[in-house]
Write a protein that binds this ligand. Structure first.
Ligand SMILES: NC(=O)c1ccc[n+]([C@@H]2O[C@H](COP(=O)([O-])OP(=O)(O)OC[C@H]3O[C@@H](n4cnc5c(N)ncnc54)[C@H](OP(=O)(O)O)[C@@H]3O)[C@@H](O)[C@H]2O)c1
Length: 313
């Protein structure tokens, strides 16, 4: 099968389109014919091996799985000996082990809602599960500020908080203002033109880069700040902001959370229901060919992606 393969960590062009053996599903896995595979910031961490902390997961010297990519939507081709839930031909989405390929093996997948294309379903798992975790417990009438609203996680966070009945303000750059409004935000702040003002019950900081005192001023006295991401944490741990939050937490009256989201089937089932009834819809900006994964990663890293981007083999 064709796959994007990396022998070492490095910039996106370490990836090469090659013919490799099709993977064999373990007893609890399915083999999926990939129709679409989402790209997110985690993809870049997988390819670059940065910050170095991620190599504990992906492999210390070179990637243990030489094909990157987690998000997937596709069709079950084969099932492992212990799998009873799926049969060949079933359409599924979730995460797989090396999805920038024609086939991948996967354990954490659920049935794809029929109303979704594979391109849409392949753009769900990592970003939407993160957004679900950070917006959980949001109540109707609450004021929510989503910083980084036009990106992968943000495009789902705006929709999920809006669906919960919150009044959402989205913060993004000028090229994403119309997208964020279309996702349900009642107010959109273009951070290149206007300062952030007001007070919010929940501030979801996906973009990073703003000092804690600035974010704290945006919170109501009993509000919550959730730190989702930031790409400025350095080459070693990459978690400077999360540690900064831990140190500050005891001194704040407001709540401060820095969750690490893990994609689980229960969350995918929950999202599947919301996707099936149209409560949320993946915002897919562009589709790239399998051999163009390096261009896709660069497009995302340069901040161009409006919502999500996907790769189709
Ligand atoms: N904690 C977890 O479990 C978890 C899970 C998934 C992802 N993450 C992290 O979350 C972060 C975002 O991931 P993502 O997939 O959503 O990335 P993304 O698709 O690149 O979205 C980030 C968005 O932030 C916007 N942005 C950049 N500078 C900004 C600023 N100063 N103010 C407001 N918005 C700004 C970008 O575009 P514009 O500037 O054009 O608006 C972009 O739309 C990454 O650091 C990722 O590693 C964490």
């Amino acid at each position: 099968m064709k796959a994007m393969v990396q022998d070492s960590y490095g910039p996106p062009d370490v990836l090469e389109l090659r013919d490799i053996d099709r993977p064999e599903p373990a007893p609890d896995e399915v083999l999926v014919r990939v129709h679409a595979a989402g790209v997110d910031q985690g993809t870049w961490h997988q390819v670059s091996g940065l910050p170095y902390l991620v190599r504990l997961v992906f492999g210390p010297r070179h990637p243990r799985v030489p094909v990157p990519g987690l998000d997937v939507s596709g069709v079950v081709e084969e099932v492992g000996a212990r799998v009873t839930e799926f049969r060949p031909g079933d359409e599924v989405f979730g995460i797989g082990k090396g999805t920038f390929a024609e086939y991948t093996t996967a354990k954490t997948v659920v049935r794809k809602p029929a109303n979704l294309t594979h391109e849409q379903a392949g753009a769900v798992a990592v970003s939407a599960c993160t957004a679900l975790a950070v917006t959980r417990g949001v109540e109707a009438g609450r004021r929510v500020l989503v910083i980084g609203a036009g990106g992968g996680v943000g495009s789902y966070a705006v929709q999920l908080a809006t669906a919960a009945g919150a009044s959402v303000t989205g913060v993004c750059g000028p090229s994403k203002v119309d997208l964020v409004r279309s996702l349900g935000a009642v107010e959109v702040v273009d951070y290149t033109r206007e300062p952030l003002t007001g007070q919010y019950d929940l501030v979801v900081d996906i973009a990073g880069g703003r000092p804690f005192p600035v974010l704290r001023r945006l919170l109501t006295p009993r509000g919550t700040l959730v730190l989702v991401g930031s790409e400025e944490g350095g080459h070693w741990l990459g978690m400077g902001r999360q540690f900064g939050a831990l140190i500050r937490r005891p001194f704040w009256t407001q709540r401060l959370r820095a969750p690490i989201s893990i994609v689980r089937r229960a969350a995918l089932d929950e999202l599947s229901a919301l996707l099936a009834d149209g409560t949320i819809t993946p915002a897919v900006d562009r589709t790239f060919a399998l051999g163009d994964v390096p261009a896709a990663i660069t497009y995302l890293r340069d901040g161009h992606a409006r919502g999500k981007i996907v790769v189709t083999p």
